[in-house]
Write a protein that binds this ligand. Structure first.
Ligand code: PMP
Length: 425
């Protein structure tokens, strides 16, 4: 009998029969509240009627209109729609299928546009699993161990992870910017540096919002040295953080923006956006691919962006995110196993630590397994695997957030034992 490769690890034993909105219905007959959204993908919830209708209609017209051979209407429409929400000046878009591919397209573009070789990434960043994207990923050695040599020309600088260092945010930002300046003096000269690549909030690296002052410090240095600033908005973009793009919590703007996941509610499509001037520096034909910008995915993308606008989902993400964070912070006061609750919008992380303040992956894993038993789907993340992340759909309701908080607390109590309020204070 053929089986799935054991190289594929699955966080829950759930086999899906069907799903709708924030709910996944398993073949075991159980309705699970889905706070994973396929790792931040099903932004409008599972099978939003408008997205389903758009995809169904497109399937009957043309499925694969290969975009280096012919052009199709959904991709032109999606480009118009994206144009309404992209930061000013980013008026040229290229499409691929996955986040990793878009990251690679951004790197290719930055190197061609600057004629410089090196990329600086920030510790804890996740940028994908293809070999070049894995070379840029420092969210854990599991993403790059065992298949070296990796792509060369990648240098890593510090990320202002205040909680880990035990500092306040401004001290962490100042330190990380100093380290970056030092790297530019000691390892990769500005004239050899094509790009800074950063997530506006670390995703797989631990659900940590990037401090606005750090984003702004990167922008200032990028301008000073002629370095391209690339924001990887694959997980944090398209409303998830309560702003359209995660970087909009700061005053910094990107030269190249990468998006995927949430733009098409589950259909595989990704994009990079830059100014026409920057895009024109790449030679024609340097980007492409068989499946990129698929017509059905693009039609679903147009419907997704319309739903986000019509249903006010960016604002909903902000409100429901605040509600979720407040509930989790209340739980933290009762459970000393939780060292830190942080996040932005519907991207919330719960970091588990031991009594000594060290990362506690065992408890995080136990809680994650318990949440499934309590009919709530969650994931872990972070280099130590000690962060539980909650990623509800942008359509999540107030009641669903309350249900999620209650189920999480019940699962936590089952995993670590109930702690009286006084002990956790
Ligand atoms: N960048 C970020 C920020 C991501 O979160 C991910 C996926 N988790 C990727 C890139 C890679 O995307 P994909 O898995 O679609 O290749």
């Amino acid at each position: 009998m053929t089986t799935l490769s054991p190289a594929l690890k699955q966080a829950t034993p759930v086999i899906v029969d069907h799903a709708h909105g924030s709910w996944i219905h398993g073949t075991d007959g159980v309705d699970y509240l889905d706070f994973t959204t396929g790792i931040g993908v099903t932004s409008t919830g599972h099978c939003h009627p408008k997205v389903v209708a758009a995809a169904r209609e497109q399937v009957g017209k043309i499925i694969h209109a290969q975009y280096t051979t012919v052009m199709h209407k959904p991709l032109l429409e999606l480009t118009d729609k994206l144009g309404e929400v992209l930061p000013a000046g980013l008026d040229s878009v290229f499409y691929a299928n996955s986040g990793s591919e878009a990251v690679e397209a951004a790197i290719r573009l930055a190197r061609m546009a600057t004629a410089r070789p090196n990329i600086i990434v920030f510790q804890g960043g996740f940028h994908g699993r293809t070999v070049a994207a894995a070379s840029l990923t420092t969210a854990g050695t599991k993403f790059s161990a065992g298949f070296s040599p990796l792509m060369s020309g990648v240098h890593m600088s510090a990320f202002p992870y205040a909680y880990r260092y035990g500092w306040d945010e401004s001290t962490a930002v100042e330190f990380a910017l100093q380290e970056l300046d030092y790297l530019l003096k000691t390892r990769t000269a500005p004239n050899d540096t094509a790009a800074f690549l950063i997530e506006p909030a670390l995703g797989d690296g631990g659900y940590l919002p990037t401090p606005p002052a750090f984003m702004e410090g990167l922008r200032e240095r990028a301008d000073r040295h002629g370095i391209q600033l690339i924001f990887d908005e694959v997980q944090a973009g398209v409303g998830r953080t309560g702003r359209y793009w995660g970087h909009q919590h700061s005053a910094a703007t990107p030269d190249i923006l990468i998006t995927a996941k949430g733009i098409a509610s589950g259909f595989p499509i990704s994009a990079i956006a830059a100014s026409t001037e920057t895009m024109s520096k790449a030679w024609p034909g340097s980007q492409g691919g068989t499946y990129g910008g698929n017509a059905v995915a693009a039609a679903a993308g147009v419907a997704t962006l319309e739903v986000i606008e019509e249903e006010g989902l960016v604002e909903n993400a902000r409100l429901r995110g605040d509600q979720l964070q407040e509930g989790l912070t209340g739980i933290q006061a009762r459970f000393p196993a939780i060292g830190n609750v942080r996040g932005i919008g519907l991207m919330q992380g719960i970091e588990f630590t031991t009594a000594e303040g060290l990362p506690d992956a065992t408890t995080a894993a136990a809680v994650q397994q318990e949440t499934t038993k309590h009919k709530l789907l969650t994931l872990t993340c972070g280099p130590d695997g000690n962060v539980l992340r909650l990623i509800p759909a942008l359509i999540v309701s107030e009641d669903e957030i309350n249900t999620g908080i209650n189920r999480f607390e019940a699962a936590l109590a089952a995993a670590v034992g109930t702690v009286p309020a006084a002990a956790g204070a």
